[in-house]
Design a protein around this ligand. Structure first.
Ligand code: MN
Length: 280
């Protein structure tokens, strides 16, 4: 191949999996890595595609309009999958909470749900939720440990209402992680607290595990008998979670396939993306 030519992915080569989860695309921001995301969507075929929140960044778009063709292509690709028979489920996050008023509706083949339960082929029941609900819980973690379950549930509910109210006033999403970002050492404990809070809710619901996003950190791990899965993001880490046809769950790290680190220029300051790599 002559230098300067970019290899064109073979449209015949596809990877078939049972389920794909992606979140935190942040379409509508310069940080969204739409090109690699499109390549991923072209390669992976699935029966069910979950869009686990922060797909379109309504907060950023409200401040300034940014919508290049590549972002359109991503939306078109997803709608095309829906037309071709993929079940597409959209679970809104905090940056696209405008969609939460459309829950239990269907748009162009995309089902919108506040949250939902996915059953793997081997029968494990996973709660699919964006994860922003837990920001408030982490903030209050210390007194919650004392006050117990009722206070915990009240805080979950309070955080949701608080941020709806702030959105109506045009105020940005409140997030503890924005504060933690300034104190990078504490970002690690933020991630742990987040994961623990999510796992606790999964246990309370009597489910086997969870798939979420929000903190831009892909992971599959066991937390006290709860399967915690985070599908990462398409701003920094370029990751997705997939369920193979035998029920095996795996994180696909697309940055590996690029053979280079994802671009770090033009990355917007996201309020829920602790910069762990700069921790000392
Ligand atoms: Mn989020």
């Amino acid at each position: 191949m002559s230098p300067g030519l970019v290899p064109i992915p073979d449209p015949e080569v596809t990877t078939s999996v049972r389920t794909v989860w992606i979140s935190d695309l942040h379409l509508g921001t310069p940080g969204c890595q739409a090109g690699p995301l499109l390549d991923f969507l072209r390669q992976y075929e699935c029966r069910t595609l979950y869009l686990v929140g922060d797909i379109i960044d309504g907060w950023q778009l409200r401040r300034s309009w940014y919508w290049p063709q590549a972002h359109n292509d991503v939306v078109q690709k997803i709608l095309r999958k829906a037309r071709k028979g993929t079940r597409v489920v959209f679970v809104p996050g905090n940056h696209d909470e405008f969609a939460r008023r459309y829950v239990e509706h269907n748009f162009g083949g995309v089902d919108v749900h506040e949250d939902c339960v996915h059953t793997t082929v081997d029968g494990r029941r996973l709660w699919v939720t964006h994860g922003d609900l837990f920001d408030g819980v982490i903030q209050c973690a210390r007194w919650l440990a004392v006050a117990g379950d009722i206070a915990y549930e009240t805080t979950l509910r309070f955080n949701r209402h608080l941020n709806r109210f702030r959105a109506r006033l045009g105020m940005p999403y409140w997030s503890l992680s924005r504060y933690l970002k300034l104190k990078v050492k504490r970002a690690v404990s933020y991630v742990c607290a987040f994961e623990e809070a999510v796992a606790r809710e999964v246990r309370r619901r009597g489910l086997d595990g969870v798939v979420c996003g929000h903190i831009h950190q892909a992971e599959i791990r066991d937390i006290g008998g709860v399967l915690y899965c985070n599908d990462g993001d398409w701003v920094e880490s370029l990751t997705a979670l997939v369920e193979h046809h035998d029920g095996r769950l795996e994180i696909v790290d697309w940055s590996d396939r690029l053979g280079a680190q994802p671009a770090t220029t033009n990355r917007p300051l996201l309020d829920e993306a602790p910069v762990l790599s700069s921790a000392d």
